[in-house]
Design a protein around this ligand. Structure first.
Ligand SMILES: Cc1cc2nc3c(=O)[nH]c(=O)nc-3n(C[C@H](O)[C@H](O)[C@H](O)COP(=O)(O)O)c2cc1C
Length: 399
């Protein structure tokens, strides 16, 4: 099986998860790629103009490969039947002194426009969540030799990705922060929730493509164990939320540092899709209320203004504090390099040594070329001179 990371020229077998919602700043993505991993722009909720700007900013900061992460679902939706939920949500809004919610909700989808931008900008890797891209879109990406990585929460989903032409699969364990990537929400209303070690072993056994492990990973020991089980690499989300380069707001960072391992729950109250977050007042109140929770992405749109106000007013009790079960291991803010040194340990040293060797080889090759150019210049200069002079110079040089 071809090594995904080697094929991409990536030294560190680690992917920074594409995290939609302003977390994946150009600085975060570029810092991970520059350190030898694969940084990812979380573009699930972006429009195409925003995505183009983001790609351009990342390219200014790195010439290494990076990925764009998309949702493989059509987000377009419209509803006027949200009054009951809005009335309930207005309690939070009045507490935050923001306007009551609208009773008519519309969400647009920009997936096709974003694929166009990705093709135009020659992005080398695309990763997706929540399903399989259409065959038309997969063909377009494949024509440009773009590497496709899909996220799965069970073997059946993973096989669908492989059959459709994906090059690698992220095995998302139950421990993972953020949304469950489960495809069929009717079959698994609370997401398909298999523990990471069980899932990785099953996917490694049956898939003909590389498997990347995701969910609750914070230590080099976990990375080593997963690689010894056959994973080709790891994907981390939560740990990068406290990176200094990430776009995570201050109150969210504080909640991550404070949270214990047992403080996360799976909930649909923010977006209509099951997702793992730190339990807070919004989750408790909404779940106790029995109010209708609409399907994704309608519920996500309904709660958007409340979550945004929570960020603005530093109120972590009404924000979606996505986090994986490994959150208990987070103790402080760190730079991307610090995080990678801790989580990747000896892999970092190997990459640094390889880079030093490459740099020495490059300097030697440049010197060789310069020497050759000098010799050629000398030869050209000599050739321009009358033959007697050349012979005299050559003879004196030989002495
Ligand atoms: C804040 C946050 C946002 C996320 N957003 C996305 C997303 O937009 N697309 C995606 O494929 N996965 C997303 N994920 C899930 C990750 O891909 C990955 O499965 C998860 O972060 C791994 O678990 P960990 O958070 O414990 O490291 C998100 C995770 C977090 C924590």
């Amino acid at each position: 099986m071809e090594d995904l990371f080697k094929k991409l020229g990536i030294g560190l077998p680690i992917i920074q998860a594409g995290m939609a919602g302003g977390i994946t700043t150009p600085e975060l993505v570029a810092a991970v790629s520059n350190a030898g991993g694969l940084g990812t722009i979380g573009a699930g909720y972006m429009g195409s103009v925003e995505l183009k700007q983001m790609i351009e900013q990342v390219k200014e900061l790195t010439d290494r490969p990076f990925a764009v992460n998309l949702f493989s679902v059509n987000l377009e939706t419209f509803s006027t039947e949200v009054e009951e939920t809005q009335q309930y949500l207005n309690r939070f809004r009045s507490g935050l002194s923001i306007d009551p919610g609208s009773t008519s909700i519309k969400v647009n989808d920009y997936l096709h426009e974003k694929i166009y931008i990705i093709l135009q900008e020659n992005v080398r890797v695309v990763s997706t969540a929540f399903g399989v891209l259409s065959s038309v879109l997969i063909d377009r990406l494949k024509q440009k030799n773009i590497t496709l990585i899909g996220m799965a929460t069970n073997l059946e989903e993973a096989e669908q990705l492989v059959e459709a032409g994906y090059d690698a699969v992220v095995a998302q364990g139950y421990e993972a922060g953020g949304h469950r990537g489960t495809f069929n929400m009717k079959k698994y209303p609370n997401g398909c929730n298999i523990g990471l070690f069980t899932l990785v072993q099953e996917l490694v056994r049956f898939l003909p493509v590389p498997v990347i492990a995701a969910g609750g990973i914070h230590t080099k020991k976990q990375v080593d164990a997963l690689i010894s089980l056959g994973a080709s690499g790891v994907q981390l989300g939560t740990r990068f939320l406290v990176a200094k380069e990430a776009g995570t707001n201050e109150s969210y960072r504080r909640a991550l540092i404070k949270a214990k391992t047992e403080d996360t729950v799976l909930t649909k109250v923010f977006s209509g899709r099951p997702a793992r977050a730190i339990r807070n007042e919004f989750i408790r109140t909404m779940e106790d209320s029995g109010v209708t929770i609409h399907p994704f992405p309608l519920q996500n749109e309904l709660t958007k203004d409340i979550r945004a106000a929570g960020k603005e007013f530093a109120d972590s009790e009404v924000q979606s504090l996505w986090a994986g079960q490994g959150v208990g291991a987070i103790q402080r803010e760190e730079s991307v390099t610090d995080i990678l040194n801790i989580v990747m340990g000896s892999y970092m040293t190997q990459v640094q040594q390889q880079e030093e060797t490459d740099a020495v080889t490059e300097v030697a090759a440049t010197n060789q070329v310069t020497k050759h150019e000098n010799a050629t210049d000398e030869w050209v200069a000599q050739a321009d001179q009358p033959s007697g002079e050349v012979e005299a110079k050559t003879a004196s040089a030989e002495k």
